[in-house]
Write a protein that binds this ligand. Structure first.
Ligand code: NAD
Length: 323
C-alpha cells in the first residue's frame, strides 16, 4: 500500500512528464503538415500534381509529371538470366517498370496490352536498351482466345515461359453503389479476374519447375474501397486466387505470389478519378505521396527470381507506403 505522500509524488511526476510533452508539442507547432517521405535512391514527386483526367485505357506519355520507371540506380545481377517473362499490362505503369527491371536482370519479355501503341513502343525501346528482346502483343485478356494467342505467340517466339505477371486491369470508380451498372461490373470482373484466370490456365502447361506466377493485387483487396466496390472484389479475389493456386501448383514446382500495391503514379488513376482527386493522389498515405512504378518493380523481381524467393509461395506482398 502506497502512502499519501508517495501517491502525490507519483502524480507530480506524471504532471512533470505531461508538461514536457505539452511543451514539445507546442514547440513543434504545425509540424503535423509534414512533407512526404523520401527514402529512395532519388527523390519522388509529391502531391499536389497538376489536375488531369484521361480517356480509358490511359496513356503514360500524357501524364504529368511522367511516371518514373527506369530505376537508374538499380543494378542488375542476372537474377533472371536466360528466362522469358510474359507481362500483361506491360506497356505502361507498373508493368512497364517490371519489364525494364526483368530485362536488366537478364530476361526476354513479352508484353500484352489493350490499345496503347505509343506506350508499348516506348516500353519495347526501354527493354531493348537493356539488350534484351521485347515482343509486343495487342490482346484483350478478358477473351480466352486472346490469352491463348498471347501465350502461343510468346512460346513460338521465345521458346518458353518462365514468369507470368498478371497485371492488366480495369478500374473506374462509382461514387454511388446504385450507379454501378451490370456492364461496368462485368467489364471489371472479366478483365481483372477472368483475365488472370485465362492467362494462368493457358501459361501453366508451358511452365517448368522453378517458374513463377506473380499477380498484381491491391491495397483495395485488403481494405476495400467504397468507390471501387467492383474493383475491390476483384483484387480480394486475386489475393485468394494467389493463395489457392499456389497450393494447386506446388506439385508442378511453380510458385504463385502477389504484390499488393498502394497508390502508384500510373495511367490507371488519371483515367479513373476526377481531375482534382488526381492532384491529391497518394496524399492520404503515411508517406504522403504515391509510389512511382520503379518503387514497385523490385518486388516483382524478388518474387520472380529463384535466387531470391525459392521458398516463398502463396504470399501477398503489400507495397503500400506504410499503414
Ligand atoms: P496502367 O494503366 O499502366 O496498366 C493497366 C494496363 O492494363 C494497361 O497497360 C492496359 O493496356 C491493360 N489493360 C486494361 N484492360 C485490358 C484488357 N482487357 N486486355 C489487356 N490489357 C488490358 O496502370 P497500373 O497502375 O500500372 O496497373 C497495373 C496493375 O496495378 C493493375 O492490376 C492495377 O489494378 C494494379 N494497381 C494499381 C494501383 C495504382 O495506384 N496505380 C494500385 C493498386 C493496384
Amino acid at each position: 500500500m502506497q502512502t499519501k505522500s508517495q501517491t502525490s509524488r507519483e502524480a507530480a511526476k506524471q504532471r512533470h512528464i505531461q508538461r514536457r510533452v505539452d511543451a514539445k508539442d507546442k514547440s513543434k507547432g504545425n509540424d503535423k503538415a509534414q512533407h512526404a517521405m523520401q527514402a529512395g535512391a532519388r527523390n519522388y514527386p509529391e502531391p499536389p500534381f497538376p489536375e488531369q483526367h484521361q480517356p480509358k485505357p490511359g496513356h503514360e506519355w500524357a501524364i504529368e509529371p511522367a511516371p518514373l520507371y527506369d530505376a537508374p540506380y538499380y543494378l542488375g545481377s542476372k537474377k533472371l538470366e536466360g528466362k522469358v517473362a510474359l507481362i500483361t499490362g506491360g506497356d505502361s505503369g507498373i508493368g512497364r517498370s517490371v519489364a525494364v527491371l526483368f530485362a536488366r536482370e537478364g530476361a526476354d519479355v513479352a508484353i500484352v496490352y489493350l490499345a496503347e501503341d505509343r506506350d508499348a513502343a516506348e516500353t519495347k525501346a526501354a527493354v531493348e536498351k537493356e539488350r534484351r528482346r521485347c515482343l509486343l502483343i495487342k490482346a484483350d485478356v478478358s477473351e480466352r482466345e486472346d490469352c491463348r494467342g498471347a501465350v502461343e505467340t510468346t512460346v513460338k517466339r521465345f521458346g518458353r515461359i518462365d514468369v507470368l505477371v498478371n497485371n492488366a486491369a480495369f478500374q473506374i470508380h462509382s461514387n454511388d453503389f446504385s450507379d454501378l451498372t451490370e456492364e461496368h461490373f462485368d467489364t471489371t470482373l472479366k478483365t481483372n479476374l477472368y483475365g488472370y484466370f485465362h492467362m494462368a490456365q493457358e501459361a501453366v502447361p508451358h511452365m517448368k519447375p522453378g517458374s513463377a506466377i506473380i499477380n498484381t493485387g491491391s491495397v483495395t483487396g485488403i481494405e476495400g474501397s467504397k468507390q471501387l466496390v467492383d474493383y475491390s472484389i476483384t483484387k480480394g479475389g486475386i489475393h485468394a486466387f494467389t493463395r489457392a493456386l499456389s497450393g494447386n501448383l506446388i506439385g508442378k514446382g511453380i510458385r504463385v505470389n502477389a504484390v499488393a500495391p498502394g497508390p502508384v503514379w500510373t495511367p490507371l488513376n488519371p483515367s479513373d478519378k476526377e481531375a482534382d482527386d488526381v492532384s491529391k493522389f497518394g496524399s492520404d498515405t503515411p508517406m504522403k505521396r504515391p509510389a512511382q512504378p520503379e518503387e514497385l518493380a523490385p518486388a516483382y523481381v524478388f518474387l520472380a527470381s529463384p535466387h531470391c524467393s525459392s521458398y516463398i509461395t502463396g504470399e501477398i506482398l503489400p507495397v503500400v507506403g506504410g499503414y
